[in-house]
Design a protein around this ligand. Sequence first.
Ligand code: FAD
Ligand code: NDP
Length: 317
Amino acid sequence: MPDIETRKVIIIGSGPAAHTAAIYAGRAELSPLLFEGFMAGGVAAGGQLTTTTEIENFPGFPEPIGGPDLMVKMREQSIRYGTEVKTETVTSVSLSSRPFTVTSDSGDFKTGALIIATGATAKRLGMKGEQEYWQKGISACAVCDGALPVFRNKPLVVIGGGDTACEEASYLSKFGSTVTLLVRRNVLRASQSMQNRVQSNGKIHILWETEALEALGEQFLTGVRVIDKKSNKEKTIEASGLFYAIGHTPNTEFLAGQLKTDPDGYLITQPNSTKTEIPGVFACGDVRDKVFRQAVTAAGTGCMAALEAERFLASLE
Ligand code: FAD
Ligand code: NDP
């Protein structure tokens, strides 16, 4: 039987968290191996930013940079400082003893420290017209896209009734002419303070027990066909922007319950740290963050994970 390759650090993921961890671990001469995935969680290698167009809020780029271009640059920087990248999805891990075992299609790998940066995938409705107008009016991130000129002083729609939907509706009310919040039940799931914010905002109008059926438009989105479930009547709402806020799914299936998660499935880390409950296993980026969910915050925790992994390995020597 061939020997199993053993590494100091393995990183799983390929978004800003994984690549920042890789750059730091590479520069610390830990020769990291990074599994970037192959359409893992339905997202291309490079992560969620590969699904968007222009990024205007990542520091260092005074001109907007394309999401895929930014991720190509991060990948190049990881490789430049000594990271080996495998375009494979990790199918399982064994965390019961160190070195940990990481399994992908090409076999098993052992590692002294493991950094999990597998991100989260925004849920979609799968309604008619969604694919056609995705990033042509439809977005899964209001904080990322809401300030774009195409949405300024235009009617906007948000779907969802949780904290994210309320937060995004409030944020969008600064830019849009009106914001319509489509809520599928007759109550909001959001915290009371978030509900108060939305309900006291004159620009936000809530449509209760209403579901979206179809995205309409020509070259770009112009409206949404909805159904009022109380009356069973359909109507079209004018909309230049449609923002999904119906939750995210953290990509943790391959862990098979070996690490603690919160009720929404996000990995739990110690306060001000990326340490999980298993010494030597670290989690960074959106897989552990359901509040901020930004490229720069993912990158920040990626840096923390690499520094903590380096200190952990040093403490064993
Ligand atoms: P992700 O970017 O989610 O990447 C994780 C990667 O890991 C994915 O490629 C996935 O395929 C891979 N993976 C998952 N499981 C496995 C596995 N088992 N094996 C191997 N690989 C695996 N943020 C901003 O700051 N500015 C913006 O303008 C902005 N725009 C956005 C627009 C959209 C449409 C979306 C959806 C998000 C946007 N965001 C933006 C948010 C930002 O993309 C995320 O916060 C950030 O990408 C999270 O980074 P991450 O490294 O945690 O993981
Ligand atoms: P949630 O899962 O809390 O809410 C999702 C919302 O989308 C729910 O109202 C749900 O409706 C609705 N929804 C789900 N699927 C559909 C669908 N197919 N059609 C229509 N509506 C749908 O996700 P969030 O992202 O809002 O929040 C996730 C977690 O992050 C929560 O714990 C939240 O508290 C936290 N958070 C905290 C923030 C803060 O403190 N500032 C900011 C953002 C998030 P229904 O209610 O009927 O199930």
